[in-house]
Write a protein that binds this ligand. Structure first.
Ligand code: TRP
Ligand code: SF4
Length: 437
């Protein structure tokens, strides 16, 4: 890794630091060196955090199976914020992941009050066409939540391990929250765990690339993965000798499964009512594998907790937040190319009021939405971006030239993307898409 690319860290990443402390999200830097050819967002610190991404990096290196899973609520226009997520899905697919994309029509129905027809129209017309246009391959699975029996069944099962107090602690749900909204939360957890079901190849690392706003769902789902599993492995210590040992515990496991465990685990193993203690075998990974096999053979679950990555949000083109309800704050992937280019020209920059001032003081790329567009979307080449940054800071570059460049690139991107969307429309039949019946 070229550490010179560090300038992007000067962005307001410190604002996200409380996510590390409060929620246990790890800084992405720690896994970056383990990733064979990191995505642009990883190099540029747009992706700033993760949970358990080590297992994904390892799968990419070794060629072991892994999945990428994401969902989109069909709420309105598909825009650059969604493109960020789609790019990451496609990239993981290119790195060998089995890809799953859920269109969260249950969420839109229960939270927004949209009809099924409206969910389907927006799902296809906005999200699916752009996803395919951005390079999603036909071997991935795209489904509407309501069209996917296995997600709905799993959601129901997961629901038995969550109660209202937990939901209100995590999401602030109150007595007014409708039941279907709560079910849509269980459905999202099911989206995330589905790739680990036997029908989809069984337990494996799954990564969910999201913005930090989706982290509550991941915390809930990671907890649920553990609660659903037939067994959990605990590290314990003998109270007399202080010797460490591993204990495989399964409250709901039958006598037979515990006996089977005892049979398969090498070394000294003690069988109890609802657990077995493993006294000599210290290979934790090996033990996990045996435990997983037994759980699956006896009809139980053995989910690995899902991994996740967290990306910074783009700001709105006029400053403030990017919001799909404010057309001038974002660029939709379906905006006419010339309108997109115009929005870039009108966007807020980090430049000074007068040219003289800017030559003297330099601009502020970190507070510039035009620079952000280049950083997030328009410039693939790190070197070129870094040069622009340096010229800006040193006062040798004026905003007009950035706006010119970025608006041309935006125009060309939108034109090309929209042509690809039309091709995608013709190719829809080649894709595995599960619609609501
Ligand atoms: N809740 C997400 C949103 O508001 C959509 C979603 C549904 C999702 N299922 C998911 C995101 C699974 C990540 C993983 O856009
Ligand atoms: Fe932004 Fe370019 Fe102006 Fe710098 S010169 S503030 S990067 S538009």
């Amino acid at each position: 890794m070229d550490t010179k690319l560090d300038p992007w860290s000067s962005n307001d990443i410190t604002d996200y630091s409380k996510l590390f402390e409060e929620f246990g999200i790890s800084p992405f830097e720690t896994v970056l060196p383990e990733i064979p050819s990191p995505h642009m967002y990883m190099r540029r610190k747009v992706i700033f955090g993760h949970r358990d991404y080590e297992q994904i990096a390892q799968a990419m290196r070794t060629g072991a199976p892994f999945s990428v899973m994401d969902g989109f609520m069909p709420s309105g226009k598909v825009h650059l914020g969604h493109k960020m997520v789609m790019d990451q899905i496609v990239w993981h697919q290119e790195q060998g992941a089995d890809a799953f994309v859920g269109i969260a029509d249950r969420e839109a129905y229960s939270v927004r009050g949209f009809s099924w027809q409206k969910c389907r129209d927006i799902g296809v017309e906005e999200y699916i066409l752009s996803l395919i246009a951005l390079g999603f391959k036909p071997d991935g699975l795209i489904y509407f939540q309501s069209g996917c029996e296995s997600v709905k069944d799993l959601a129901f099962e997961l629901g038995s391990k969550v109660n209202f107090s937990e939901l209100s602690a995590i999401y602030g749900f109150s007595g007014e929250t409708n039941l279907s909204h709560m079910l849509s939360v269980a459905t999202q957890a099911a989206d995330i765990l589905q790739p680990e079901l036997e029908d989809f190849g069984g337990p494996k690392p799954v990564v969910v690339p999201v913005g930090p706003d989706q982290d509550p769902h991941l915390r809930l789902t990671r907890g649920l993965a553990g609660k659903m599993n037939m067994f959990r492995i605990e590290e314990r210590e003998d109270s007399k000798t202080g010797r460490p040992y591993l204990s495989v515990r399964g409250k709901a496991a039958s006598k037979e499964t515990l006996k089977e465990l005892k049979k398969r685990i090498p070394g000294k193993v003690k069988l109890y009512e609802a657990h077995v203690d493993v006294l000599e075998f210290s290979d934790r990974a090996g033990l996990e594998e045996i435990v997983r096999d037994v759980a699956l053979e006896f009809g139980g679950y053995a989910f690995l907790p899902p991994a996740s990555t967290y990306h910074r949000f783009m700001s709105g083109l006029q400053g403030g937040k990017m919001s799909s309800s404010i057309p001038d704050s974002h660029i939709a992937l379906t905006d006419a190319p010339k309108d997109g280019a115009k929005k870039v020209k009108r966007a807020k920059t980090g430049g000074c009021v007068t040219l003289e001032e800017q030559k003297k003081l330099g601009g502020k790329p970190d507070e510039c939405s035009v620079f952000e567009l280049m950083l997030f979307h328009l410039l693939e080449d790190d070197k070129e971006l870094l040069e622009i940054r340096e010229e800006c800071v040193s006062g040798t570059r004026m905003c007009g030239s950035c706006k010119q460049l970025a608006s041309e690139l935006m125009h060309d991107f939108l034109k090309d993307h929209q042509e690809k969307r039309e091709l995608a429309r013709e190719q829809l039949d080649e894709y595995r898409i599960m619609y609501k019946k």
